[in-house]
Design a protein around this ligand. Structure first.
Ligand code: UD1
Length: 423
């Protein structure tokens, strides 16, 4: 197991290239299974979750080639024979559950393990299953597996997501494009990852009306063709580095390869901290303020504030004088970073789904533990402004979702070393 040793504080100066998005790539990979010919996806990041999903797909008999140096993934579904996603793989990554929609949609049958728990409380899949049932599929639960059957074209019908769910929208779209006569999905997620998936499915030949809105109407077509797809830039990595660049008053950073259209209201919210930003279509320049303004946020569905940037924002607020409040309306328990950032000297207090932060507190290096992907990156952000040495343990969480994190940050001035963590 690896850990990071971070020496701080260090300002960040220079250019950071943004990688392809993990959360956008995974549904595109699932969509590739629906094609009658190979699909090629470019700008795919070298991340543990991508390797895991490659293996999930391979279990079915799909041929997957990942040219890691060029970020090109080729998926050839010609020889799928095994319509299953086993527990050993699904438990490693919840998004493996997209196999349910993809396999059921293409073959009318699927056996996919239920994903199980998560570091920040329950993450149900009830909407995925209810939506498939509403579409006309027979869905049973047996020994921890979901068994889906829809041998003929399903009628479809109407289903409303309450609350809106990214994963359920993706699973239902994947199932419907080849197998539902007419399926109307209301309150569908509009996150850029969903919009990209729908647009590329349309290129493959799918009939989807309302792409980019919260009402999707899908009518089954008899086949889809493989296509070439460019994956989007990672909007959460972008937001994470914007926050990192605001936390030290001498930092000035340019992010390149950004899809600025995918950031929703985040840049406007970010400006309220007093940080100067200038943006083009594919780059953002960030200049930290001498003093950050304390700024409250509340997470929401896109284009609102992403829950995946909540922990990083709260960590930034430890460096803003005054009181700020971070509310998570999507995942009410997503505060596992709080005790760890507090070990570095932060003053945070969680009540219900709110984190109250009292700033500005000087942070001081200590050993801290990663608990999940976004919590761990917050510890890295804190470590870069903390005085002395911060050891971030169990960074395998980071390797799931941040490509070359320490190389990217070291190039702009951070002092971060990866070393073997002896338990
Ligand atoms: C995706 C992202 C994750 C992000 C989340 C919210 C991927 C691989 N993961 O996760 O990084 O934090 O969107 O933007 O893209 N819900 C139900 N029943 C369900 C499904 C969801 O009640 O069947 C609830 C959840 O508990 C949560 C809300 O819906 O409160 C949104 O979750 P959802 O959008 O489904 O998250 P994921 O797709 O799992």
């Amino acid at each position: 197991m690896d850990k990071f040793i971070i020496e701080g504080p260090t300002p960040l100066k220079g250019t950071i290239p943004i990688s392809g998005s993990k959360n956008a790539a995974l549904p595109l990979m699932a969509a590739a299974i629906l094609g009658n010919s190979p699909t090629t996806i470019t700008n795919v990041p070298k991340l543990r979750d991508i390797y895991t999903f490659n293996n999930v797909i391979r279990v079915t008999g799909t041929h997957v080639i990942f040219n890691e140096d060029d970020g090109i993934l080729t998926i050839d579904p010609a020889n799928i024979a095994h319509l299953e996603a086993p527990y050993e793989l699904v438990r490693k990554m919840r998004a493996s559950f997209y196999m349910l929609g993809a396999l059921l949609g293409k073959f009318g049958r699927a056996k996919v393990s239920l994903p199980g728990g998560c570091a920040w409380g329950p993450r149900p899949v009830d909407l995925h299953l209810e939506g498939l049932r509403a579409m006309g599929a027979d869905i049973k639960l047996e020994e921890g597996y979901v068994i889906g059957n829809a041998p003929d074209i399903m009628d479809g019908g109407t289903f409303t997501l309450e609350p809106s769910s990214v994963g359920a929208t993706i699973n239902l779209v994947l199932a419907a494009v080849l197998r539902a006569k007419e399926f109307i999905l209301k309150n569908a997620a509009k996150e850029p990852d969903v919009v990209l998936l729908c647009k590329r499915l349309v290129e493959m030949g799918a009939d989807i009306e309302g792409v980019g809105t919260d009402r999707l109407t899908i009518r089954a077509v008899d086949h889809l063709d493989g296509v070439e797809i460019r994956n989007a830039a990672d909007r959460i990595e972008t937001g994470t580095f914007m926050i990192a660049s605001a936390m030290h008053p001498q930092s000035e950073v340019t992010l390149t390869g950004v899809d600025t259209d995918d950031l929703g209201h985040f840049p406007d919210t970010f400006k309220r901290t007093g940080t100067e930003i200038t943006m083009d279509a594919d780059r953002i320049h960030i200049k930290a303020p001498s003093e950050l303004n304390s700024t409250n946020i509340s997470t929401d569905v896109y284009p609102g504030f992403p829950t995946d940037l909540q922990a990083q924002w709260a960590t930034m607020m430890t460096q803003a004088p005054g009181r700020s409040k971070v509310t998570d309306t999507i995942y009410h328990d997503r505060f596992s970073y709080v005790p760890e950032v507090t070990r570095l000297g932060a003053d945070m207090d969680v009540k219900e789904n709110k984190d109250y932060i009292e700033g500005k507190t000087p942070l001081k290096g200590a050993s801290v533990m990663s608990t999940d992907l976004r919590a761990s990156v917050s510890l890295v952000l804190a470590g870069m402004v903390a005085e002395g040495e911060t050891d971030v343990l169990r960074i395998y969480h980071l390797d799931r979702g941040y490509e070359d994190l320490e190389q990217k940050l070291t190039k702009v001035g951070a002092q971060i070393r990866r070393t073997d963590q002896k338990e």
